[in-house]
Ligand binder design. Structure first.
Ligand code: TRP
Length: 331
C-alpha cells in the first residue's frame, strides 16, 4: 500500500455506539474503496467522544467495537492503518500548537458546537475545541484527502484555514487537506423524518437502520418508512423526500442513478421491498463478520498495535517539524 508519492487519505470515526447505514453509505464505503489506491489511515477518535457525556465503563469496549466494525465493513489492515487516537500522544501535542493559531471567533462559528451545545446546562471546553483536535488528527499525517460526511465540511474547512495560516506564519509545515465527499448517498436521511439526516440519536429507532439490525428489523423499518400519498415513484428530493431517500439508498448500494431506478417502480410497496432486500444483502455479511471479530480480541489488538505503530512514526515526525517551525527550543 505504501507506494511512493501515493495520495494519503485519513479519516476518523467516533466510538460512540451503533454504526448505521448513513455512516456506512456516507463514509465507510468510501474508506474501503480508498484503501486500494491511496495510503490510508483510519482513526478511532476516542478522545473526541469525551467531549459530550460518555459512559466510562463502555469506552474501551466501544473503541474495540469500532475497530471490529471497520474491519467488518471491509477495511484490510494490509492496505490501511487502523489506529486509536488516544494511543498517539502527538494528537493532543499538536492540538495545543494549533489552538494558538486558530481563533476564538472561528471556533465560535462552528455549527456542530452550536447544535451540540444548545440547551446543555454545561458545555465542556473540549466540545468547543473539538475541531482543533480534528485538525490535528488530519494535519499530523499530511493527509491529502479526507473522506467525510457532509456535516463535517465546516470542520475540514477550518483545518484547511489553520494549516494555511500556520504555513504562512511559520513556513511550509503542513499539507493543506481536501475533503472527499461521496457523490451519492452522502446524506442518507431518517426513514421516519426524511427531512433529517439518519443518525444514531434519532428520537425514533424506526428511522435508523443499524448495521447490526436483523433482516426482520430492516424489513419492518422499510415497511413503516414514511413516503407520501401519491404512490408514484419519482426522484424529487424537494417534493418527495421520503421516496427520494429510498431511491438514494438503493442508488448508493447499486451505483445506479436514482432517477433511473425510479422508472422501474410503479408502487411504493415494491420499492420498499427491493430497498429492504438490498440493505439486508449489504449489512448481513457485515454483521456476521463483526460478531466473529468481536470474539477475537487478540487479533483486533494486533491490528490496532500495528496501526498505532505506523501512525506514531509519521505523527512524531510531523509534530517535531511543527515545533521547530513555531520556534520552540529543540530537545
Ligand atoms: N468529527 C468527525 C465526525 O464526527 C470525526 C473525526 C475526528 C474525523 N477526527 C477526524 C473525521 C479527522 C475525519 C478526519 O464524523
Amino acid at each position: 500500500m505504501t507506494t511512493a508519492n501515493a495520495i494519503r487519505v485519513l479519516s476518523g470515526i467516533q466510538p460512540t455506539g451503533d454504526i448505521h447505514l448513513g455512516n456506512y453509505l456516507g463514509a465507510l464505503k468510501l474508506w474501503v474503496d480508498s484503501q486500494y489506491d491511496a495510503e490510508s489511515f483510519y482513526c478511532v477518535v476516542d478522545l473526541h467522544s469525551l467531549t459530550v457525556e460518555f459512559d466510562r465503563d463502555n469506552l474501551a469496549r466501544r473503541t474495540l467495537d469500532a475497530v471490529c466494525m471497520l474491519l467488518a465493513v471491509g477495511l484490510d489492515p494490509k492496505h490501511c492503518a487502523i489506529f486509536v487516537q488516544s494511543h498517539i500522544d502527538q494528537h493532543t501535542g499538536l492540538e495545543w500548537l494549533l489552538e494558538c493559531v486558530a481563533t476564538f471567533g472561528e471556533l465560535n462559528r462552528m455549527t456542530q458546537f452550536k447544535d451540540k451545545g444548545a440547551g446543555q446546562e454545561s458545555v465542556t471546553v473540549g466540545l468547543f475545541t473539538y475541531p482543533v483536535l480534528m485538525a490535528a488528527d488530519i494535519l499530523l499525517y499530511d493527509a491529502d484527502k479526507v473522506p467525510i460526511g457532509d456535516d463535517q465540511r465546516q470542520h475540514l474547512e477550518l483545518a484547511r484555514r489553520i494549516a494555511s495560516r500556520f504555513n504562512t506564519r511559520f513556513g511550509e509545515t503542513f499539507t493543506v487537506p481536501e475533503a472527499l465527499i461521496p457523490p451519492v448517498g452522502a446524506r442518507v436521511m431518517d426513514l421516519q423524518h426524511p427531512e433529517n439526516k439518519m443518525s444514531k440519536s434519532s428520537d425514533s429507532r424506526l428511522g435508523t437502520i443499524f448495521l447490526l439490525d436483523s433482516p426482520d428489523e430492516v424489513t419492518n423499518k422499510l415497511k413503516r418508512s414514511v413516503t407520501d400519498s401519491e404512490n408514484t415513484v419519482h426522484y424529487d428530493p424537494e417534493r418527495k423526500p421520503g421516496v427520494s431517500n429510498l431511491l438514494e439508498i438503493l442508488s448508493a448500494i447499486t451505483a445506479e442513478r436514482s432517477d433511473v431506478l425510479a422508472l422501474r417502480y410503479d408502487s411504493y410497496r415494491r420499492l420498499k421491498q427491493d430497498v429492504a432486500e438490498a440493505i439486508v444483502d449489504t449489512i448481513d455479511p457485515i454483521a456476521r463478520r463483526f460478531r466473529e471479530l468481536s470474539s477475537d480480541t487478540a487479533y483486533v489488538m494486533d491490528v490496532i498495535n500495528e496501526g498505532d505503530e505506523r501512525a506514531r512514526e509519521i505523527a512524531s515526525a510531523t509534530l517535531a517539524r511543527a515545533r521547530e517551525s513555531i520556534g520552540l527550543l529543540q530537545r
